[in-house]
Design a protein around this ligand. Structure first.
Ligand code: ATP
Length: 307
């Protein structure tokens, strides 16, 4: 079950584990210290499931009680199944887009829609049941690996959990442990590596099976060897889902259908990687900055040495 009385930091991280949308999440949500002043709406009657499309229309947003406008006029759409990369320098407003999409806040002007519906006309539960967030610091509670994965869908059977773990490339690791899926992890249990925790998060999200996915800097904490295994699991997770990828490292958005470059509170540029590179604008500059900032030992391809 979900424990309500945890430190704030952990509660916040629970929200980002694919818990959003589950009934308990709303209770947790209201007690966060930066909890929104947004009131829930009664559930809309939805004759059929909403299409997993996203639209930001003229969105202006500033955090309550602050002076700086984060988004001046944000306009973009994501079609069903589209893979969208969000890039921009630190503070450009990438994470704020996700907070608006989850309706942690309302925009000061403009509209955020899912499936054509203004989020203000949907209940928190309706919104969050459509979205899973996989982020870099996965929260594992003290309990078995099985229960940690089951968090994605409380009524999942053992077979469901094993199938999700297979698809997330974590099954072989778990099966090789003396206690297997009954191994206790978290505070006093065995410690999983960043890459292993991330794959648990992917398994949770696979179980949750929402049509919209947010990957928050999904590969940042991972070494190169783990990276291929995780990328494969993420590719399975993204298949058929409308996905927003929030990236600091631009390499994680190169394959996106479309990359949105945030600058000055707007979508300054959008397009595929090659197109944006040719354009020689903000994206190309960010890319150049990143390549220059890279310490030499992390650059994969060094010129072959003569002799
Ligand atoms: P980063 O790449 O550093 O994660 P980002 O593009 O995701 O940045 P946001 O986290 O969306 O940027 O933040 C946009 C701006 O809003 C920043 O100036 C940030 O300091 C501010 N901000 C973020 N969260 C809050 C908050 N809860 N209250 C007030 N201001 C906030």
């Amino acid at each position: 079950g979900v424990e309500i009385f945890r430190p704030m930091r952990e509660l916040r991280s629970v929200l980002h584990q694919g818990m959003v949308g589950m009934s308990a999440a709303q209770g947790i949500y209201r007690i966060l210290d930066d909890a929104p002043l947004v009131a829930d709406a009664p559930p809309a009657s939805l004759p059929q499931a909403l299409a997993p499309t996203i639209a930001f229309e003229g969105v202006r947003f500033r955090y309550p009680g602050t002076r700086r406008t984060v988004h001046e006029a944000l306009d973009f759409t994501a079609a069903a199944g589209e893979r969208i990369g969000l890039v921009g320098s630190s503070g450009a407003g990438k994470s704020s887009i996700v907070r608006l999409l989850l309706r942690f806040y309302d925009p000061d002007a403009g509209t955020v829609r899912i499936g054509g519906r203004d989020l203000r006309q949907l209940s928190f539960a309706q919104i969050r049941s459509m979205i899973s967030v996989v982020n870099q610091d996965t929260f594992l509670f003290h309990g078995t690996i099985e229960d940690n994965i089951r968090m994605g869908r409380p009524d999942a059977t053992h077979a469901d959990i094993e199938a999700a773990a297979q698809a997330a490339n974590i099954h072989d690791f778990v099966a090789a442990l003396p206690q297997g899926y009954a191994t206790v992890v978290g505070e006093k249990g065995i410690k999983l590596s960043g890459g292993q925790r991330q794959r648990v998060a992917i398994a949770r999200a696979l179980l949750r099976n929402t049509p919209i996915l947010v990957l928050d800097e999904a590969l940042s904490a991972v070494d190169a060897e783990n990276e291929a295994v995780i990328q494969e699991a993420l590719d399975r997770l993204m298949r058929g889902r409308t996905t927003l990828i929030l990236a600091h490292r631009l390499s994680s958005v190169i394959d996106c259908d479309r990359i949105l470059v945030l600058d000055g509170g707007r979508v300054a540029e959008s397009g595929r990687h090659e197109m944006l590179m040719r354009r020689g604008g903000v994206y190309a500059a960010l890319m150049a900055e990143q390549v220059n900032a890279q310490p030499a030992e992390t650059i994969d391809v060094l010129p072959a040495r003569a002799g």
